[in-house]
Design a protein around this ligand. Structure first.
Ligand code: CTP
Length: 408
């Protein structure tokens, strides 16, 4: 299930060099479960044939209002009424001008005017056309009329020079559309809930260039942040350094050390509904972090590092806990259930997600995981080996089944 499942999406394609990118977006929308139909302008049909869109969507394409073989219904109104979500992509300056002024002189613009569905506009044009005061005025009019407009990207244009006006990449458009839809869906299970996720391995500095850390990639935490957002939550992702791109619509708070992580979680804890401590927090840090790079001694003597314990963040927060639903993780290499149960109790957790990182396909760097979910006074539940996104969904569904989204 995704927010797109079974949604009726009408994609209005106007004519520009970026028209072909609409095909890629449509394929992604369909992969997410959307049912897509296309209306095109005559100019768009010069760039990509209607047959291409028809074959991809397996739906008739609305092109010319006046050539219909079925006299019993009005095609553009039928499509307008069918539509749950309308996306104008690429939206040329001409299409934007028409929509801003309520002009309906072909099937595509008539369908736009006739639908009451939310409309999303993805402009693409030459940079001078985009900057033109008339286009800017029209875009402001669209926003004032309640349409949602994505800012075009800056980059190499078809004209051979760099400027603002490029169609953003289809995956960027999809992420934006998805987030817009989430914002408008008040019935999602985590709507109006603040989910805080910590992710990645903390770094404890030895000197300005070296640190102690661990093998955590942050992937499980990022998957949790993304799924929580898809379930409608306001998400704060407190992230130790990772190579990952944050999900769209999520507030990211970058941190490095355990102390910074504690400070960041403490800052948001009062407004947190669900806290998910997926970060691999260093248990120890160097007693002294040198202000200059540590040099090898002339006599090549051994170097002894003195380490001191970092605060156990979950234990610190357990004392301040009010109605927060607290989820911890335990990555173990032996005695999974014994160790995990001990952490569930000592950290006063509502849910502990345990994984045996010595198993193939489980844990730190991969894209899959297999976990055992432990809750106070309940039988442990072990999942199948699945993608981290699928595991994230199970974790959050378990929390929701416990009423984590209902606590005031
Ligand atoms: N955790 C924490 N603060 C720390 C260390 C860990 O809040 N200083 C959290 C982790 O984010 C995780 C849970 O506690 O959700 C368990 O982490 P883990 O490292 O497995 O447990 P430890 O208590 O550190 O136990 P040990 O390392 O001895 O297994």
């Amino acid at each position: 299930m995704s927010i797109w499942t079974q949604r009726h999406v009408t994609v209005v394609v106007s004519g520009g060099i970026a028209s072909y990118k609409a095909l890629i977006l449509i394929r992604s929308l369909m992969k997410q479960g959307a049912v897509v139909r296309v209306a095109m302008t005559a100019h768009a049909a010069e760039f990509v044939t209607p047959l291409t869109f028809q074959t991809l969507t397996q739906q008739p394409v609305v092109l010319d209002e006046f050539t219909t073989t079925d006299p019993t219904h009005v095609v553009h109104v039928e499509l307008a009424d069918w539509t749950d979500v309308m996306v104008l992509v690429p939206a040329t300056a001409n299409l934007i001008a028409k929509v801003a002024n309520g002009i309906a002189d072909d099937a595509a613009t008539t369908t736009i005017l006739a639908t009451t569905a939310p409309k999303f506009v993805v402009p693409a044009m030459n940079s001078h056309m985009y900057a033109n005061p008339a286009t800017q005025r029209n875009l402001q009019q669209l926003t004032a009329d309640g349409l949602h407009v994505l800012t075009p990207a800056t980059g190499m244009l078809a004209e051979g020079y760099v400027g603002q006006g490029r169609l953003p990449e289809p995956d960027v458009i999809l992420a934006w559309l998805t987030d817009q839809l989430i914002q408008q869906s008040a019935d999602l299970p985590l709507a109006h809930r603040h989910v805080v996720v910590t992710a990645g391995g903390t770094r404890e500095a030895l000197d300005p260039v070296r640190y102690i850390s661990n093998r955590s990639s942050g992937k499980m935490g990022y998957a949790l942040a993304q799924v929580a957002r898809e379930m409608g939550a306001d998400v704060t992702l407190i992230s130790a350094t990772t190579n990952l791109t944050a999900p769209v619509g999520v507030t990211v708070v970058p941190v490095s050390s355990a102390a910074e992580l504690l400070a960041a979680v403490t800052d948001v804890f009062a407004t947190t509904d669900i806290l998910i401590m997926a970060a691999a927090v260093s248990d120890y840090r160097p007693v002294d972090s040198a202000s200059q790079k540590i040099k090898k001694p002339a006599d090549h003597a051994d170097l002894n590092l003195q380490l001191t314990e970092t605060p156990d963040i979950l234990k610190v927060l357990a004392v301040r806990k009010q109605n927060q639903y607290m989820i911890g993780f335990a990555a173990e290499t032996q005695d999974l259930l014994v160790n995990a149960n001990r952490k569930l109790t000592s950290k006063k957790l509502d849910l502990l997600v345990a994984n045996d990182v010595s198993q193939p396909g489980v844990g730190f760097n991969g894209d899959t995981n297999q976990v055992t979910l432990l809750r106070p006074n309940q039988e442990p539940v072990t999942t199948a080996l699945a993608t981290k996104t699928a595991i994230a969904r199970i974790v959050l569904e378990t929390a929701i089944a416990d009423g984590a989204n209902k606590q005031a």
